[in-house]
Design a binder for this molecule. Structure first.
Ligand SMILES: Cc1ncc(COP(=O)(O)O)c(C=O)c1O
Length: 311
């Protein structure tokens, strides 16, 4: 009831989320979106005198929240295919001993996922916490969730914002060893998870079948977008997420982006990211939206009619 403070431990919600993953509530910490989960993790495991390792290009909030919490950011560059180069990652972990290592899998904004071998090797080599950000996990071929029972330093972060289509709810969580969960709880403000959110999260979990069906549709459409892009003069990277990274060959990304906007198609211009010069990122939409995107892009890249004449 809203006149009372909410269940401070969010026990019902944590139990239900834990059940989804075959773990108990003590392995689950919930927060207001996975960004707040990341913040709690860095408040607990980062801070002045500590460091966090990120593999760029990646989700900007990892280094941003590190800065906000006065955690030193160590940046390593991803390999050619945007995967983490295992040997150089392990060498860096040995020399720098970061307190937190961020592995974003599937990675935003490049879309690729890491291999289990890489995540396991990083977990085994790290003395610090290994945060596997799985915001897009259900779109992916594998998940690191089961590693939390093998490696006590692995924390897997999930969100209701993507596959559950509930970004407005602001609900995320981490699956980890009970001491990591307890550390996050200490870093969070009391009663940070309101009563409505706890009830809404529980209600959402009853629609798991619908969520899986939606994910299956999006994965199918992702295949269509990848195939459509492969037939155009663009470089395209394989994706395990609900978006695809591509680079129009020999064309200015901002101009292509503008051409798409003028055809009522909005994609993300990620060309400002280091190593993503000239790149755009398209989110997978409905079959109709995806068809419109491919048609508009094809027209722009073919030199097409002046945009003013297209409506
Ligand atoms: C990799 C990654 N992690 C976390 C988030 C944050 O999600 P939330 O809405 O749960 O804060 C995003 C959002 O785009 C993301 O791409």
């Amino acid at each position: 009831m809203p006149n009372r403070y909410p269940d401070r431990d969010a026990s019902g919600l944590r139990t239900a989320i834990g059940r989804e993953h075959g773990v108990g509530p003590r392995a689950v910490f919930c927060a207001n979106g996975s960004n707040e989960v990341l913040q709690c993790l860095l408040l607990a495991y980062g801070g002045p005198g500590r460091s966090a390792l990120v593999f760029e290009p990646t989700y900007a909030l990892h280094s941003h929240i590190a800065r906000l919490t006065s955690t030193k950011t160590l940046s390593a560059s991803r390999g050619e295919d945007f995967g983490i180069d295992r040997d150089s990652a392990l060498a860096l972990i040995e020399t720098e001993s970061p307190d937190v290592v961020f592995v974003c899998s599937p990675n935003n904004p490049t879309g690729n996922c890491e291999t289990r071998e890489t995540v396991e090797a990083i977990a085994a080599a790290s003395e610090g916490l290994v945060v596997v950000d799985e915001a897009y996990a259900q779109f992916s071929r594998w998940s690191a969730v089961d590693l939390i029972t093998v490696h006590a330093n692995v924390a897997v972060v999930r969100t209701f914002s993507k596959t559950w289509a509930l970004a407005g709810l602001r609900l995320g969580y981490v699956l980890a060893a009970p001491d990591v969960v307890a550390a996050c709880s200490s870093a969070a403000l009391p009663y940070h998870l309101d009563a409505f959110k706890q009830v809404a999260g529980l209600a959402a979990l009853r629609y798991g079948a619908e969520m899986k069906a939606r994910v299956a549709r999006l994965v199918e459409q992702r295949g269509r977008i990848e195939a459509g892009l492969a037939a155009l003069p663009v470089d395209v990277w394989p994706s395990d997420a609900n978006f695809v990274l591509f680079r129009p060959r020999g064309r200015d990304a901002a101009e292509v982006w503008q051409g798409l906007v003028e055809r009522s198609v909005l994609v993300r211009d990620v060309s400002g990211f280091a190593r993503l010069e000239g790149c755009l990122r398209v989110s997978i939409g409905t079959a109709e939206e995806n068809g419109r995107f491919l048609a508009a892009l094809g027209e722009i890249l073919a030199g097409g009619p002046s945009v003013g004449s297209v409506r």
